[in-house]
Design a protein around this ligand. Structure first.
Ligand SMILES: [Zn+2]
Length: 470
């Protein structure tokens, strides 16, 4: 195992400091499949997997009848940040609490450089927000906004473990728009550094040609109409062309159309491309925009028609998405409602962090009869690979961090909760039978019976260090 780097910060001490733990008798989902096994934990790591007898000073955790999965990872959350001039509703304390209680042990947020700030300053600003305030591990993707990028600084940050960058093909008004020419320059440099580029794909030119005259801006469906599927498809095509030319690894965030996904699928093997979708594109169509509270469901890209949603659900169950991530971006109910008469002024984004695991479980495992290993693959292993931290994260293997989730798939139905903040619930009325019984984060029990176990431990015990290693 290499040096611990500073790409992210680690959660403060939570749970017990114990000599050693034996997780006994569970069905363990390793990268090679599921088997009955015991897991020995020493310090922060898994040291042994097999048929193991408890040692004299070991705490035994009975996992009989339970499934043991690697701690899951949400690679796309907006927390403790300003998005589109508004503070999001969730802070690291609230978001990370719900994350660990639902089996998510690492989240990745975004560092967006502000005017007058170096990228390194921006990193420090964001890390400070997470520092000793998070119940889970936190990583960050970087968005430089000053052109040209300071390549020496970027190179230093990549060496320090920040291996993922994110750019947008639109959002001129926020100063986030990047032209395809600049994408090409960035991708050539990132390819040479071995870094990956995350891309928000909505072609700005396609959006600009939409005629907004005479449209009803009190109707949430207008927002969706002005951001058509074609804009995503065009931007994905351009991004794939650039990736092919530059050899840069790309990850397409929040894919919302089956046509774009088909382009990505066709490019696999030829290009190092991966993609994600968010659970809300699988569970909701634009029909919810027509209901009384449609403004609550405004997000970017917008929810699509039912035909597309059905195709995306089929694609998800067939394994066409490398991973799922929430794009958690909760705004307070007051902020969502303040200008609901004008959809241009409604902040765009949905809560989702607490829904990632239960919604995908209900969809893939219960509805489409996929094995629980789908969650281990697409909510743990593949996200860890994107972050460059696999198999330290995202796998139950000797040497991996002891991030473990003990699950009972057949619990009593209970509500899906997507946020602890004062934001609208994205999945009202939806339930899950998935019980998160216990969660270990780097060898510490952080969740017991669905509740935080960390209150019993003084905060700030563990060092604040990065999840990224190599
Ligand atoms: Zn996002």
């Amino acid at each position: 195992m290499g040096a611990v780097l500073k790409a992210a910060h680690r959660a403060p001490g939570a749970g017990h400091r114990i000599e050693g733990i034996l997780v006994q008798g569970g069905t363990v989902w390793t990268p090679s499949g599921a088997r009955r096994a015991d897991i020995r934990v020493r310090g922060e790591a898994i040291v042994e997997i097999g048929a193991l007898a408890p040692g004299p000073h070991e705490q035994v955790i009975d996992a009989a009848g339970l499934h043991v999965l690697p701690g899951m990872i949400d690679v796309h959350v907006h927390v403790d940040d300003t998005v589109g001039q508004r503070e999001v509703a969730d802070t690291f304390p609230t978001a990370s609490e719900l994350a660990v209680r639902t089996g998510v042990t690492t989240v990745a947020g975004f560092v967006t450089q502000r005017p007058g700030e170096t990228l390194t300053d921006a990193v420090e600003r964001c890390r400070a927000r997470a520092h000793e305030r998070s119940h889970c591990d936190v990583a960050f993707h970087l968005t430089p906004t000053v052109w040209p990028w300071d390549w020496a600084e970027v190179e230093g940050l990549v060496s320090a473990g920040f291996t993922t960058f994110k750019l947008y093909t639109t959002y001129r008004e926020s100063g986030l728009f990047t032209s395809y020419d600049r994408f090409g320059v960035v991708m050539e440099r990132l390819a040479s550094l071995g870094a990956r580029l995350l891309v928000h794909c909505e072609d700005d030119g396609a959006l600009a040609t939409m005629d907004a005259s005479g449209l009803d801006f009190s109707d949430p469906r207008t927002y969706a109409a002005l951001r058509p599927e074609l804009a995503e498809v065009v931007a994905v095509e351009r991004t794939l062309e650039l990736a092919a030319r530059t050899g840069c690894g790309v990850h397409i965030v929040h894919v919302s159309t089956a046509d774009a996904l088909a382009r990505i699928a066709a490019a696999r093997g030829r290009i190092a491309v991966t993609c994600e979708t968010a659970p809300h594109y699988l569970r909701f169509s634009d029909a919810v925009l027509a209901e009384g509270h449609g403004h609550r469901y405004l997000c970017t890209p917008p929810l699509r028609g039912e035909t597309t949603r059905v195709r995306l659900e089929a694609d998800a169950s067939a394994g066409s998405f490398d991973l799922f991530a929430t794009d958690h971006c909760a705004f307070t109910r007051a902020d969502k409602d303040a200008r609901r008469d004008d959809i241009r002024a409604v902040p765009k984004g949905l809560a989702g962090i607490g829904a990632l695991v239960p919604v995908l479980f209900e969809l893939l495992v219960k509805r489409h009869h996929r094995p629980l290993g789908e969650l281990a693959l697409r909510l743990a292993a593949n996200p860890a690979k994107l972050l460059g931290v696999y198999p330290k994260k995202g796998a139950i293997a000797v040497g991996s961090d002891a991030d473990l989730v003990l699950l009972d798939p057949n619990g009593l139905p209970h509500p899906v909760v997507s946020t602890l903040a004062a934001a609208y619930e994205t999945y009202p009325g939806r339930t899950t039978t998935l019980n998160v019984c216990r969660v270990l984060l780097r060898g510490r029990v952080v969740v017991e019976d669905g509740a935080l176990a960390g209150a019993r431990c003084p905060r700030g015990l563990s060092p604040c260090v990065g999840v990224a290693t190599r």
